[in-house]
Write a protein that binds this ligand. Structure first.
Ligand SMILES: *Cc1c(COP(=O)(O)O)cnc(C)c1O
Length: 393
């Protein structure tokens, strides 16, 4: 049994491409070409060069000595927070902008909730001189002013989504509408391992550089490529997919996916999709999502904007259902404390998303001899306001 995508775009019972007929040609073009393009030597050369020279890869695999002493186990942090733009998302947008160029596209669209994916997309569009339109809910535009400013500085056009709850899912609807109307010249950059096949697989492959590097770095430091555990937070699931990728079929490496419990799993204010979710279709793929009895998507909540997503990618739904990965939910309060703890033990200010993963050390006991790799998905600069208000600093 393999945990990778099958030929039809499924992970077990999850995945597929449930899209309106009008979108079929766009998705088909991508499906027919993405693997071919990604395997071309000149694509790989340009991708690898940009990861090195522009993103700053490989990111360090840092042995966190004081954190390890505190929890009496061996903790390594994979420092995606040191990527250009401050998180892992750029690994994917660099890959997709190169795919867009190979497909002859002159225009890129994206949707964004917290604005992080919008910034990562606007960044690579500026890098390549490609027109960029980012759809964002009107409510999110008001909540995420610094990221809106960043996108504008980078030359992107930010278009408010004015329908529904005026948040991420409405922005997604607008982006899909745009793509239907501009099938020839436009590429739609999706920011996580979500959406219709082939997006989840394509994004996972671009992010898989994370576990590719972990293997090499761990071999140097621990004389084995395989840790006992890999831990990562899950919004849509792209940083986790990247950190898990080369370990998916290695049974001796345990995988831990961390979701946001918000104010508590049963509080009605949460984003713990695996526990609370039911099978359904969101953004064109069959997966687990939070929904009402009559199938309407429930508005998620988390203090961390990046984990505030009502679904998870189909790979993760499969990892949950098959029990290949252990899923742990972490509340706002637990995450905030873990974030502050990393600052004071290691001198690293983590993104609040990543702080959810760090909170696992309080929930679960590891053996002294265990080698635990935690994917530190991003840095906390963007979250300073939230930290300051929360801790009354
Ligand atoms: C967006 C984001 C996440 C969540 O997205 P995934 O696709 O689940 O990785 C996690 N951490 C940071 C820092 C982010 O910006």
């Amino acid at each position: 049994m393999s945990y990778f995508v099958d030929k039809k775009g499924y992970y077990g019972e999850f995945g597929g491409a449930f899209i309106p007929e009008m979108l079929y040609p766009n998705v088909k073009e991508l499906e027919d070409n993405y693997l071919k393009i990604m395997q071309e030597p000149d694509f790989q050369k340009e991708f690898q060069e940009l990861l090195k020279e522009y993103v700053g890869r490989p990111t360090p695999l840092y042995f966190a000595k004081r954190l390890s002493e505190k929890y009496n186990t061996k903790i390594y942090l994979k420092r995606e927070d040191l990527c250009h733009t401050g998180a892992h998302k750029v690994n994917n947008t660099i890959g997709q902008i190169l795919v867009a160029k190979k497909l002859g596209k002159s225009r890129v669209i994206a949707e964004t909730g917290a604005g992080q994916h919008g910034v990562a997309t606007a960044t690579v569009c500026a890098l390549m001189g490609i027109e960029c339109v980012v759809y964002m809910g009107e409510v999110d535009i008001a909540r995420q002013a610094p990221n809106v400013a960043r996108m504008k500085m980078l030359g992107a056009k930010v278009v408010p989504a004015l329908s529904g709850s005026r948040t991420l899912k409405d922005a997604t609807n607008e982006a899909i509408r745009d793509w239907i109307n501009n099938p020839v010249n436009t590429h739609y950059i999706i920011g996580s391992v979500v959406g219709p096949h082939p997006y989840p697989d394509m994004v996972a492959r671009f992010q898989s550089v994370i576990s590719e590097e972990i293997k090499k770095q761990l071999l140097e430091k621990e004389h084995t490529e395989n840790p006992d555990y890999v831990i990562a937070c899950v919004g849509g699931g792209s940083n986790a997919a990247g950190a898990f990728y080369h370990y998916l079929d290695e049974d001796n490496v345990k995988l831990i996916a961390v979701e946001a419990a918000g104010l508590g799993i049963n509080s009605g204010e949460s984003a713990a999709t695996s526990v609370l979710g039911k099978e359904g279709i969101i953004h064109g793929s069959k997966t687990l999502l939070m929904q009402s009895k009559d199938g309407q998507i429930t508005e998620p909540y988390s203090i961390s904007a990046g984990l505030d997503y009502p679904g998870i990618g189909p790979l993760h739904a499969h990892l949950y259902k098959s029990k290949r990965a252990e899923f742990i939910s972490i509340t706002d309060a637990e995450a905030m404390d873990a974030g502050l703890e990393l600052c004071q033990l290691e001198g690293i200010i983590p993104a609040i998303e990543s702080a959810h993963a760090l909170a696992v050390f309080k929930m679960k006991k590891f053996k002294k001899s265990d080698v635990v790799v935690l994917n530190l998905s991003g840095r906390g600069d963007k979250d300073l306001d939230t930290y300051v208000k929360y801790f009354k600093l």
